[in-house]
Each structure stands twice: as C-alpha cells, then as structure tokens.
Design a protein around this ligand. Structure first.
Ligand code: HEM
Length: 396
C-alpha cells in the first residue's frame, strides 16, 4: 500500500512553492521518515526518497524513462506544447534500443579536455574589478552563471553575440522539468522551445556548409551522413546547451555558498565539489516509468505508473550517509546520485566537475577573505537547485 499520509501529501505539495526552495531537506527528511515511497494523488506520481530505492530504480531494466508512447496515454494533447516536444524528442527521454545509438553519438561529439583556466581567470578578473574597494558583488551573475555559459558555448560553437539571449531563453525552457507548471510558465517554455529550436537548426545548417571543429559541426556531419535523423542534430545541440548550463551554474553557486558560509576553505577543492554534489545537488528530481508492476521498497507500483526520484533526498539519506546534513568534505563515501546512475548517467559529469574544481581552486586562492554579504536568492524551481543571486564582499 503506498503511503498517502495526509502529512506526507501536504508536505509534498509544499515542495512546489517558492517557499519550499530555501530548505527542501527538512521536508525530505520528514517524508523519508513517514512514507519513503509516497504516492501523490494530485501529481499522480510515486515519490521515492531513500538512497537505496532511487539507486535501484535508476538501474532497473524494467523501469524506463518516460517516452512519447507513454505520454500519448497519460497526456494526449502534449504534442501541442513545443517544450514537451523538445524534451520528449531528446536523449533524456529515449529508451532502448534507440537510446544507446544517440547517446554514443553525443558522447563522441563532446571534447575531452577543453580549456577552462583562461575562461575562469577572465571571469575572476571581472569579479575583482566589480568588487574593488569593498563593494558588494554578485558571485552568481558575475562568475557562476557566465563561466559555464562561456565554456559550453565555446565547445558547442555558439557565437559570442547570441549567448546572453540564449541563456535567458533556456532559463524559461527548463521549467518543463518541473512537476507542476502554471499555464503562463508553460506558455513561456513553449515559446522558448520554438525560438531555440529555430536557432539551433540554423546553426546546424550553417555548420553543415562551413564546418569549424566544434560540437555543432560534428553533429551536422553526423546528420549529413545519416547517422542522425532529421531534427536530431539540433535537438542534441539544444539539449547539451540546456542540460550543461543550468546545472553547472547551479553546482558552482551551491559550492561557493557552502564554502563561504562554513569553515572548510582550506579543504581540497575536489573534495569540496564532491561534497557539494551530495549535500546540495543541482538536480533534485528526475522521472521514470514502471514498464511492469514492480516493488519499490515496501510499495507495489503498477505498470505505467509515473515515478519521481528525489535525488536530493537520496543524497541526505542517513541509512547511506552518516550525519547526512553535515557538510563534510572529509567524507570518503561519495555515492551521491546527483548525476543519476545507470543508462542515462550524465554525459557532462566529468566536464562539470572539472570546471567547478578549477573555478573553486582559483577563486579561493585569489580571494581567501571573501565572505557572504546579504541575502542569497534561490531560483524558484523544485528540480534545478541553484541561486539567482549570491552577494559577497571580496576582501573580507
Ligand atoms: C553539475 C552539473 C550537472 C548535473 C548535476 C547533471 C545532472 C544530470 C542528471 C541527474 C542526468 C540524468 C537524468 C536522468 O537519468 O533522468 C543527466 C543527464 C544528462 N546530462 Fe547532465 N548534469 C550536469 C552537467 C551536464 C553537462 C555540463 C552536460 C553537457 C555539456 C550534460 C549533459 C547531459 C546529457 C546529454 C544527459 C542525458 C544522458 C542520457 O539521457 O543518456 N550535463 N545530467
């Protein structure tokens, strides 16, 4: 019998309000204790809160990612929404055997060792200028957001002049990942998908004629020789741009915030980033579907049911991580689920961690006395956890 305790359901609903974004972890803890597998009637989904259950679901071949065939039954009008069409055409929503084919092409298209140091140093120069003479400066908008935007745009081949509007448009698109969408938010996500779809499709066409050695050119070439089907190249480019930016800027902001408010500045930056991923995951939720009736923990989940994995809760599960609410870079058990697990494991995990480590190392070396200065603001999303502003003073 799924948990439907009033307490649990009410708490689940509160996740999806702006107020819930400051500290979702207290709510996760209560839900994990009351009903670790919780059926939510309004959202018609099973929330899974324990680490061992989330890890098992992600690796279970009988549980797949929600795909177009499933959504046709659950929400027949979905094809009228461009944002849903983008998401459900993407790699994230492919199942075997198609998933492996597309994943291999994207994996091979991503370069192994991009140049990170000079991008980081330029952003830190700007930070130093803006934060000179003790003025308050916003670490999120000056460093944590633009650095991944520059690195990923350089890799993909997105021209400089277009990056800013693309980033703010993608910000509207990724709302499609949230479980509850207000109609106005959904409209904005659909408009964003239309604009971005046309933009990336033109970029693929341009690179098809004038290749340059970036990811756009590699994907354009794969489309030309028939390795990618119509539309797949620009969808893939947009997915990489969207999946890479919002998440990595979240990780960098969450790490800077965790480090500046605590006592751990002298810890190894790689350990600080690994602990941030566990303690304050940039991706809190992901979705799956049961292909057949299955057991999750003590609960029977019927075939076709929607499942929401609460990765941010799994990473704070005391049965997996002792004293889970303590930010402790000295931990050695690092089996956090922030990049997922199993067949859809994040394709950008190495890049995101490498970039965040370089940035944190250079930031701490250059601004050892930096401190938080005022209220940091969380982005209002239950799925993507990060900041919209992170005010600091640099010289202590
Ligand atoms: C800290 C930064 C990041 C986090 C926390 C993150 C998290 C995730 C998670 C949780 C998934 C799996 C979703 C699921 O199983 O349903 C995923 C998949 C994916 N990520 Fe990331 N990601 C990050 C950065 C990046 C970057 C930098 C890129 C590329 C430039 C990227 C590209 C992808 C792609 C293409 C997938 C789909 C893989 C598949 O479906 O097979 N991600 N990411």
């Amino acid at each position: 019998m799924p948990g439907t305790a009033d307490d649990g359901t009410a708490a689940a609903e509160r996740w999806f309000t702006a107020a819930g974004q400051d500290d979702p972890y207290a709510r996760y803890r209560r839900l994990r204790e009351i009903t670790p597998v919780l059926y939510d009637l309004r959202l018609d989904t099973f929330f899974v809160l324990r680490h061992r259950d989330c890890a098992a679901v992600l690796r279970d071949p009988d549980i797949r990612t929600p795909d177009p065939a499933w959504l046709d039954v659950r929400e027949p009008g979905w094809r009228e929404h461009s944002a849903a069409v983008f998401l459900y055409n993407s790699l994230l929503r492919r199942n075997p055997p198609d998933h492996a084919r597309l994943r291999r092409i994207l994996r091979d298209a991503l370069p192994v060792s991009p140049n990170l140091e000079s991008v980081v140093d330029r952003a830190l120069d700007t930070l130093a200028q803006r934060g000179a003479v003790g003025s308050v400066v916003d670490l999120q908008t000056v460093v944590a957001t633009p650095v991944p935007l520059t690195v990923i745009s350089d890799l993909l081949g997105v021209p400089q002049a277009d990056r800013r509007w693309l980033a703010s448009t993608v910000d509207n698109l990724v709302a499609v990942l949230d479980p509850l969408l207000a109609p106005a938010v959904r409209d904005r996500a659909d408009q964003a998908a239309d604009r971005l779809g046309s933009y990336f499709s033109e970029l693929i066409e341009e690179r098809s004629e004038h290749p340059r050695g970036d990811v756009a050119s590699t994907l354009a070439a794969a489309a030309r020789i028939g390795r990618l089907r119509t539309g797949e190249a620009h969808d893939a480019l947009l997915l990489l741009f969207a999946a890479g930016n919002e998440t990595t800027s979240g990780l960098i902001g969450n790490a800077l915030h965790a480090v500046l408010r605590g006592e751990h500045r002298s810890a190894d930056p790689a350990a600080l980033i690994a602990e941030t991923l566990r303690w304050d995951s940039p991706v809190q939720l992901t979705e799956r579907v049961a292909s057949r009736t299955c057991r999750i923990g003590e609960v029977t989940v019927p075939a076709g049911a929607d499942i929401t994995l609460v990765l941010g809760s799994a990473n704070r599960d005391p049965q997996r991580f002792p004293a889970p609410d303590r930010f402790d870079p000295a931990r050695t058990d690092r089996d956090a689920l922030s990049f997922g697990a199993g067949p859809h494991y994040c394709l950008g995990a190495a890049l995101a961690q490498q970039l965040a480590i370089v940035l944190l190392r250079r930031f701490l070396a250059r601004f050892p006395k930096a401190r938080l200065a005022g209220e940091a603001t969380r982005r209002p999303s239950p799925t993507l956890r990060g900041f919209t502003s992170l005010p600091v003073v640099l010289d202590g």
